[in-house]
Design a protein around this ligand. Structure first.
Ligand SMILES: Nc1ncnc2c1ncn2[C@@H]1O[C@H](COP(=O)(O)OP(=O)(O)OP(=O)(O)O)[C@@H](O)[C@H]1O
Ligand SMILES: [Mg+2]
Length: 370
């Protein structure tokens, strides 16, 4: 794509935007924010040509009849394109660069997005194959959190992930099959929906299933069915707190029955503070057998830390039932996990693959803390 290629190879740029052939290309720089480049794409036809090329590589089309297109580059960067006159001032291309350096649990703790104890509790739940739902508003960091909690997956299990566009990056040493939905072509053929992939994933013998975002009733039904049949499921949903998450799931249009909801063990709520822009874990809740959420930990904006509201009950009971661990054993385990996380931070282990390596040693019983 000519000079845009230079921008694409700069890891400090988060977004690259073409508005039309008259304005220079804009970029969003990690440190400096929005910047105007000195690159101009000389004609509208050229912008349109770039969009068509990008689409062709992934089987998508942009035409006068289909003037909006979502696609991605081979590198994983997300691309949206629109054509004039839908976009009034000319053809546009918006590229959101793929985060090469994905969020990890140690980075989240260092940024104070989540506390050590909260992270250890999530780790405990994941080790014990409990299902977790991540909720939050638009741009609150749901997908980032989904990526972060996958740091805790054990290495000897099969993971299938399903997304509309790929955003997740799991540690390399995991047994992971990433899958992506596809829109139908202009003749209405070749579409592969989230539901198709979900149903299919159950035949791929997964131990853990990750779903980008739950939006529709049928997806939620299949997902909860999968939980009830013994799979651990991790998914995101749009809601602002634990109560709202259950309300959304149990009311139309999703409308799942409340007892079904009990298969979800934990709800993590992510929040972006509208005033400060800080992203934090707002709540961690467990779900009772009746399908009611009970908040265990909650963010306190005054102290910028999470307060413990109540000790986990259902979660600990489930773990005791399946593993024979006593309450003391579980508490000891949480303290040990907290220490390991602290140690990882002290050792500056931030990279997703390096964390994956340490986790796999932990699960094999030979992680040495020095
Ligand atoms: N804890 C965090 N601290 C700082 N930045 C974060 C944090 N979590 C996520 N981000 C950044 O916020 C942006 C949005 O994150 P993400 O895509 O995970 O949110 P989302 O809730 O899934 O958004 P959407 O509603 O679009 O699906 C990304 O640029 C991401 O890198
Ligand atoms: Mg998301």
């Amino acid at each position: 794509m000519g000079k845009i290629d230079i921008l694409l190879s700069d890891p400090r740029l988060e977004e690259i935007i073409v508005n039309n052939h008259k304005e220079p290309v804009w970029v969003y720089h990690r440190r400096f924010g929005w910047l105007k480049t000195n690159i101009i794409i000389p004609t509208e036809a050229r912008i349109r040509h770039f969009a068509m090329m990008i689409g062709r590589d992934v089987g998508k089309e942009i035409t006068n009849l289909n003037p909006l297109m979502d696609a991605h580059l081979a590198s994983g960067d997300r691309v949206n394109a629109t054509l004039y006159p839908i976009s009034n001032r000319g053809n546009t291309i918006t590229i959101r660069k793929f985060a090469e350096d994905p969020w990890t649990i140690t980075k989240f703790i260092e940024e104070n997005t989540i506390g050590l104890e909260a992270a250890a509790l999530i780790w405990l739940a994941i080790q014990n194959e409990m299902s977790i739902l991540i909720s939050g508003g638009t741009g609150s960091g749901k997908t980032s959190m989904l990526n972060v909690i996958s740091n805790f997956f054990p290495p000897n299990q099969r993971i299938v992930s399903i997304e509309d566009t790929r955003e997740l990056t799991l540690p390399q040493n995991l047994h992971w099959v990433p899958m992506e939905t596809r829109l139908a072509n202009p003749e209405g053929k070749g579409g592969v929906t989230m539901l198709d992939l979900l149903v299919n994933s159950l035949r791929m013998r997964p131990d853990r299933i990750i779903v980008g975002e739950i939006r529709r009733k049928q997806e939620a039904e299949v997902l909860l069915e999968a939980m009830h049949t013994g799979h651990s499921v991790y998914a995101t949903i749009h809601a602002n707190n634990a109560d709202e998450t259950v309300m959304r799931l149990t009311n139309p249009p999703i409308d799942i029955s409340k007892p079904m909801i009990s298969a979800i063990s934990l709800i993590l709520v992510q929040n972006r503070n509208r005033r400060t822009g800080k992203r934090r874990t707002l709540q961690i809740a467990e779900v009772t057998s009746a399908g009611d959420p009970v908040v265990l930990m909650q963010y306190n904006a005054q102290t910028d830390r999470m307060d413990t509201i109540t000790e986990p009950k259902v979660t600990f009971e489930k773990i005791s039932l399946y593993t024979g661990m006593t309450r003391q054993d579980i508490q000891f385990d949480i303290r040990q996990k907290t220490r390991i996380l602290q140690w990882l931070i002290g050792k500056k282990v931030k990279d997703v693959d390096e964390i994956g390596m340490r986790m796999s040693r932990y699960y094999l019983g030979n992680l040495q803390l020095d």
